[in-house]
Design a protein around this ligand. Structure first.
Ligand code: COA
Length: 243
C-alpha cells in the first residue's frame, strides 16, 4: 500500500495518514491520484486497525489546487475530462466510509481540493488557507459532490455565492461560515489534527462509527426517520453489550 506516486499512505496508532503528494503541481488532482485515492479509501474503509483518517497536502503551498488542468487541456473538452473522472466513484466511496475523516488544510484548497475536504467530517485549516470553487470559470460545475456537500456545510446562500461568483475565501471567513472547525497556525496544523484524531480513537470504534452514521446519514432523512435511525443504532449497541 506504499508504492504510490501521487499519495503517501501511512498508518500509526489506529490513524491512517493520507498525504496528497504532487507538491510541484500544488497537489492537483489527476487521474493517477484518483486511482490511488480509490485504493487508499478502500483500505481505510476495510482495515479495522484504521479508526480515523487524516487527509493533508504535501509541500508548503497547497492542500490541493483542484483538478489537474493539464489533463483538461489534453482532453477534447473539460466536459470530456470530467467524464473520465467518473470511471471510478471515488466520491461515493469517500462518503460511504463510516469512520471519521479529518482534513488538515493549508494554502490553496480549490475545486476538487475543496470537495475532498467536504467529504471529510472535520476540517482544520491553517491561517494561510484559501478556499474556492473555480469550476464555473472553466465552463463546468463541480462533479465531486461539491454542489451537494457545500450547501450541506455552509448555508445555501453562501454555497451559491462561493460557486457562482468564484470568490475565494480565507480561513477566518471559512470559520465564520462553519466551513471549517478550527483555524490553527501553520506549524501546528498536523499536531492539532492529530490531537483531535487521538481523542476520537480513545472511544469505542463501533460507538464512533454509529455516532457518525446517526448524524451524517440522519441529516439526509426527515426528523422522524432520523430518530428511527438513532434508535436502531442505539439498540444495536445495547444488544451487543447484553450478549
Ligand atoms: N493543475 C495542474 N497544475 C497546476 C494546477 C492545476 N490545477 N494548479 C497549479 N498547478 C501548477 C502550475 O502549473 C505550476 O507548475 P509549473 O511550476 O510547472 O509552471 C505550479 O503548479 C505552481 O503553480 P503557479 O500557478 O505557478 O502558482 P501561483 O502561485 O502563481 O498560482 C494558483 C497559484 C492556485 C492561483 C494557480 O496555480 C491556479 O490558478 N491554479 C489553477 C486552479 C484551478 O483552476 N483549479 C481547477 C479547479 S476545477
Amino acid at each position: 500500500m506504499s508504492n504510490f506516486e501521487t499519495i503517501i499512505y501511512q498508518k500509526q496508532n489506529n490513524i491512517g495518514y493520507v498525504t496528497l503528494n504532487r507538491p510541484q503541481a500544488l497537489n492537483a488532482y489527476n487521474i493517477q491520484m484518483r486511482d490511488e485515492l480509490y485504493q487508499v479509501l478502500g483500505a481505510i474503509k476495510d482495515d479495522s486497525e484504521v479508526r480515523v483518517a487524516i487527509f493533508a497536502g504535501a509541500g508548503e503551498r497547497a492542500f490541493c489546487a483542484g483538478a489537474d488542468l493539464t489533463e483538461f487541456l489534453t482532453a477534447p473538452s473539460p466536459t470530456v475530462a470530467r467524464q473520465v473522472r467518473w470511471e471510478r466513484d471515488v466520491w461515493g466511496l469517500f462518503l460511504s466510509i463510516d469512520k471519521p475523516l479529518i482534513a488538515a488544510l493549508h494554502g490553496y484548497v480549490l475545486g476538487d481540493g475543496l470537495e475532498i475536504a467536504l467529504c471529510c467530517d472535520l476540517r482544520l485549516a491553517s491561517e494561510d488557507t484559501q478556499f474556492g470553487m473555480p469550476e464555473p470559470g472553466l465552463g463546468i460545475i463541480p462533479a465531486a459532490g461539491g454542489t451537494q456537500t457545500l450547501p450541506r456545510t455552509v448555508s445555501k446562500a453562501k454555497a451559491l455565492e462561493i460557486l457562482l461568483t468564484g470568490r475565494w475565501i480565507k480561513a477566518e471567513e471559512a470559520l465564520r461560515l462553519k466551513l471549517i472547525n478550527q483555524v490553527v497556525c501553520r506549524k501546528e496544523l498536523l499536531s492539532e489534527t492529530k490531537k483531535l484524531a487521538d481523542k476520537i480513537v480513545a472511544h469505542d470504534p463501533t460507538v464512533v462509527s454509529y455516532a457518525k452514521q446517526a448524524i451524517t446519514r440522519g441529516l439526509d432523512l426527515s426528523l422522524e426517520q432520523g430518530l428511527g435511525l438513532e434508535a436502531r443504532l442505539g439498540s444495536l449497541i445495547t444488544s451487543s453489550r447484553q450478549r
